[in-house]
Write a protein that binds this ligand. Structure first.
Ligand SMILES: [Zn+2]
Ligand SMILES: [Zn+2]
Length: 267
């Protein structure tokens, strides 16, 4: 399985997962023109997509879903709650599920996971393909036992490191927005994200893809410091998904079969 990001952050998101027989886009927060431009930089056109999966109805995740789905006749998977929000209506074809349901798209097994976030029925995804387990986890304000359980045993994890608590506190956001972002239904701060990595079963975790980074309230240095403080050198293998460029294709390998010492080093 391969993963690429066409952009990650509060101005727009989109994550691609590709196998031999499926290519899904998780969220699309960009205009049609911008999405096509960003897909092209990953060697794709909208015609190459199999489906769009939506996590929740915030604009940075659904802004471009309707128009992309109509333009390329793509089915859009979303929770009933996301549908009921009325903000993701105008799609070519809708496939609704309850957050927590599992479903299949060609050779991808997809588990939806309900997360605490200020949307109607926000869910994130764990995707399995031929024994490889990849977690996609952004837009959650707190870590629940359910989240820890569902994301255990991943080979690769795309995880939100949204903000540094202190930078958010002293930063330019108005007080209400600071409360929202930092609240239990907002976004994960660096400390919470690093702590989540510690809590989940991370024995086979080979890489962490750091996502949904706030441009105003975070820096890579703060993220590095949080990782080091909470996890030591164990998670040295991580990559940063950016707002402007996302991330080019990454070949996701399973941990299975690797000698233990290579696993521990996150090789
Ligand atoms: Zn978001
Ligand atoms: Zn959101």
């Amino acid at each position: 399985m391969q993963l690429a990001s066409i952009g990650s952050g509060s101005k727009g998101n989109g994550t691609l997962l590709r196998t031999r027989s499926a290519c899904v886009l998780i969220d699309c927060g960009f205009s049609l023109k911008e999405t096509e431009r960003r897909l092209a930089t990953r060697g794709l056109s909208g015609k190459d997509l199999t489906a769009i999966l939506v996590t929740h109805e915030h604009g940075d995740h659904i802004g471009g879903v309707g128009v992309l789905s109509r333009r390329f006749k793509l089915p859009v998977y979303m929770s009933h709650g996301t549908h009921l929000s009325g903000r993701c209506e105008d799609v070519y074809q809708r496939v609704c599920f309850d957050a927590g349901d599992a479903f299949r798209i060609n050779d991808l097994n997809i588990q939806s996971v309900l997360v605490p976030h200020d949307a109607r029925q926000p869910c994130q995804y764990v995707v399995e393909h031929q024994g490889l387990k990849v977690g996609i986890l952004t837009d959650l304000g707190s870590v629940t036992p359910h989240v820890v359980e569902c994301y255990g045993g991943c080979d690769h994890l795309l995880l939100e490191f949204n903000h540094d608590l202190e930078l958010l506190r002293v930063g330019p956001y108005p007080p209400a927005l600071k409360r929202r972002v930092g609240g239990a239904l907002g976004h994960l701060n660096n400390q919470q994200a690093a702590d989540l990595l510690k809590q989940v079963d991370h024995e086979g975790l080979r890489s962490v893809l750091i996502a949904h980074i706030s441009e105003q309230n975070n820096t890579r240095e703060h993220i590095e410091a949080a990782l080091l403080t909470h996890l030591g050198e164990a998670f040295s293998k991580h990559r940063y998904m950016s707002q402007s460029d996302g991330y080019q294709w990454v070949q996701l390998e399973p941990a299975t079969g690797l000698p233990q010492h290579q696993r521990a080093a996150g090789a």
